[in-house]
Design a protein around this ligand. Structure first.
Ligand code: NAD
Ligand code: MG
Length: 385
């Protein structure tokens, strides 16, 4: 029996995780859940999964939730303290990190420091603080399983092989909704255009990241830390069908790939049940029903965010955390309808130009770089600080 805490249980990954859990009540038990604003959904999750502890964003929300529950109530906490309590709950053995953005960093690292294994969806944790997080994972001897589908595919493609024999990691990218849009069209792309992803149903922030291809950039940095491979040996191939989830090329020229119907329940079930495999609810793949699998190189003129992520990875130190923070603010501002689609990458680039990278020796220093990036992005966008 695995005892789980799910950070961000009301999000897209959180809900898919609970689907997998519900299908295997003999294998998984929910100890704690955390959520942001969706109290309705959290309430129904509490009634179904009966956690011991839940946490919401504010004291007010905690009160509203408490009043809405009948019968035996879980302990209800709030804020960062509540998220940390959920991440470190004594009965928990594995934490599913599914909060979006740098907000996931503190509870995820708290889980590692408390010796919990982590199923990591929150890629921003590794983008902002990869070197510190991987050191903690080694020090605490915990397991870190990637939930991001590409990294889960790489992890599976590495099984039985030695890291030193890897020539390249090839991350696949769907190309998002704007794959075939020209520059002029991209200038006019609306929020609903950007949220219309062809293959995956996900939270809003990552869906916009997929449209700009910053998502793939974040994933390059995530892969760099997870697999300890220099970014120069991490390539991105556009693969619009999203059937091959990523590949590993070995020094002998052999390439290992993982395939499947695009559905996050696959990588989630893998991370939860490793090394066993359990049914995940993913539709079996019928290759004969596909009209073909295609691959090509990304166009970084139309999708400059990908280039910015390689630049941030090269610069290292505080630059990825600053880039990530600028991206979060720019995406938020785009979702509010206040800037155009191409202004997202433009703003990130300006913030990066203004930043002199420095070493980050602690999570507190990462958070300081994150705050600097947010403040500077707001200044660059003219939306105040
Ligand atoms: P989402 O927006 O659907 O859900 C985010 C969850 O985090 C919600 O429960 C929300 O309430 C909570 N949350 C948001 N802001 C918070 C804050 N400041 N403090 C505390 N909780 C907060 O996002 P998602 O699509 O499920 O993505 C979650 C993470 O997983 C992201 O890092 C994303 O990049 C990664 N990921 C998602 C997918 C996917 O298919 N959705 C695939 C790969 C990786
Ligand atoms: Mg991914």
């Amino acid at each position: 029996m695995k005892n789980l805490t799910i950070l961000g249980s009301t999000g897209s990954i959180g809900v898919s995780t609970l689907d997998v859990v519900a299908a295997h009540p003999d294998m998984f038990r929910v100890v704690a859940l955390t959520a942001g604003n969706n109290l309705e959904l959290l309430k129904s999750q509490i009634e179904t999964f009966r956690p011991e502890l839940v946490s919401v964003l504010t004291a007010e929300k905690a009160q509203v939730l408490s009043r809405s529950l009948t019968g035996k109530k879980p302990e209800i906490m709030h804020g960062v303290e509540g998220m940390i309590a959920a991440a470190t709950a004594s009965a928990t053995t594995m934490v599913v990190a599914a909060i979006v953005g740098a907000a996931g960093l503190v509870p995820t690292t708290a889980a590692i420091m408390a010796g919990k294994d982590v199923a990591l969806a929150n890629k921003e944790t590794l983008v902002t603080a990869g070197h510190l997080v991987m050191q903690m994972v080694r020090d605490k001897k915990v397991k870190l399983y990637p939930v991001d589908s590409e990294h889960c595919a790489v992890f599976q493609s590495m099984a039985g092989h030695r890291c030193q024999d890897i020539a390249r990691v090839i991350l696949t990218a769907s190309g998002g909704p704007f794959l075939n849009w020209g520059q002029e069209q991209l200038q006019k792309a609306t929020v609903s255009d950007a949220l219309n992803h062809p293959n995956w149903s996900m939270g809003k922030k990552i869906t916009v990241d997929s449209a700009t291809m910053m998502n793939k950039g974040l994933e390059v940095i995530e892969a760099r830390w997870l697999f300890d491979i220099p970014v120069q040996r991490i390539a991105v191939n556009i693969h619009p069908q999203s059937i091959i989830h990523s590949m590993v090329e070995y020094v002998d020229g052999s390439v290992m790939a993982q395939l499947g119907t695009p559905d996050m329940k696959g990588p989630i079930a893998y991370a939860l049940s490793y090394p066993a495999r359990v049914t995940s609810g993913v539709k079996p793949l019928d290759l004969t029903a596909l009209s073909g699998l295609t691959f090509f190189k990304p166009d970084t003129d139309r999708f400059p965010a990908l280039k910015l992520a390689y630049r941030a990875a090269d610069a290292g130190e505080s630059m990825p955390a600053v880039m990530n923070a600028a991206n979060e603010i720019a995406v938020e501002t785009f979702l509010e309808g206040r800037i155009g689609f191409m202004a997202i990458a433009e703003a990130i680039e300006k913030v990066m130009d203004l930043h002199a990278p420095h070493a980050l020796a602690s999570i507190e220093e990462v958070l300081e770089a994150d705050r600097w990036g947010r403040r500077t992005a707001r200044e660059v966008l003219g939306t105040g600080s």
